[in-house]
Ligand binder design. Structure first.
Ligand code: R5P
Length: 298
């Protein structure tokens, strides 16, 4: 039977595009909040006896996770032969160890919840810092889309003479891959994070690339302070107007407005819907879904 792709709220556009590429059916879900905030959920399209996947990007995840788990459990009760998860942004990956005594290692706990609820997972560039791969914490088959070549294509088409810059050592994995695909040099800044919204950036100024356009590349823009401080530093040193590129634009605290005010142009992939989405990861996601679905559903 043709598999079913079902959007959790806010993921309708990507779901329609993916279903068209995959030639899967789009399933419909009725979902709303009761007056007290509890979730009402009903499958309008029956998932009985067919493989299905839910599409739910997990930016600002706390409100999304419980309805997502309800949807998965309900699909199983209604007889779906398998239930996959397409989460272009996978939340809770940054708390990957107990930094201070007594802290929750939420990456492990969320991985356990999602591994119990789904048969497979497809995502885009999860924040892997201290984990080597998703298999360190997820127990179901996973497939990761790497946005670097897609970002590199965008930079090649839109920026002359770029210097690819990573705002911190964690970003080097993406920055090096993007720079190699673009065929441009790269440089990594030093970041000291003192708190959620308190970041200091230092720069070993690579004088020899002064004539190039700085393109800051990171996996996530959350509060934007990492990018904002990097942009301020570059502009104060007289560099050209920086371009900020992120795989996942979460934009907490109006970070997009603050970044524009700091003098940057901002571009993101459509892993999280936002007006800055200029880089489409749809084809790569569809390819990943096909691969993982073939492995798990035959
Ligand atoms: C850090 O681990 C990530 O790669 C990003 O640099 C970070 O999440 C950005 O956060 P913010 O936008 O809040 O500075």
């Amino acid at each position: 039977m043709t598999p079913l792709l079902v959007a959790m709220p806010g993921n309708e556009r990507l779901t329609e595009d993916l279903a068209a590429t995959l030639r899967w059916d789009v399933g419909r879900l009725e979902i709303r909040a009761f007056p007290d905030g509890e979730t009402y959920l009903r499958f309008i399209t029956s998932p009985a006896d067919r493989p299905m996947a839910l599409v739910c990007t997990l930016s600002h995840p706390n409100k999304k996770l419980l309805p997502l788990l309800f949807a998965s459990a309900t699909a199983r009760e209604l007889g779906a032969s398998s239930v996959g998860l397409v989460a272009p942004y996978l939340a809770y990956m940054r708390q990957d160890r107990r930094f201070r005594p007594g802290e929750a290692v939420t990456s492990r706990q969320v991985a356990r919840l999602l591994s119990d609820a789904f048969d497979w997972l497809v995502t885009v560039d999860p924040h892997l810092h201290r984990y080597h791969s998703l298999a360190d914490v997820y127990t179901v088959p996973t497939h990761v889309v790497h946005a670097a070549p897609i970002i590199a294509n965008w930079i090649k088409a839109n920026v002359n003479d770029p210097l690819i810059i990573g705002p911190d050592s964690e970003s080097e994995q993406w920055v090096a891959a993007v720079a190699s695909d673009v065929g441009a040099p790269y440089s990594i800044l030093d970041k000291v994070r003192r708190g959620d919204r308190d970041v200091e950036i230092r720069f070993k100024d690579p004088e020899q690339w002064r004539e190039r356009t700085p393109v800051l590349v990171d996996d996530i823009i959350s509060t934007g302070h990492t990018m904002i401080e990097a942009v301020r530093l570059l502009t104060s040193q007289g560099w050209r107007r920086p371009v900020c590129v992120a795989v996942h634009g979460l934009f907490s605290d109006d970070a997009d407005v603050l970044l524009a005010r700091a003098g940057a142009s901002v571009v993101t992939t459509n892993s999280v819907p936002h007006p800055t989405n200029a880089i489409d990861i749809g084809m790569a996601l569809a390819d990943a879904i096909t691969r993982v679905h073939q492995c798990t559903d035959g």
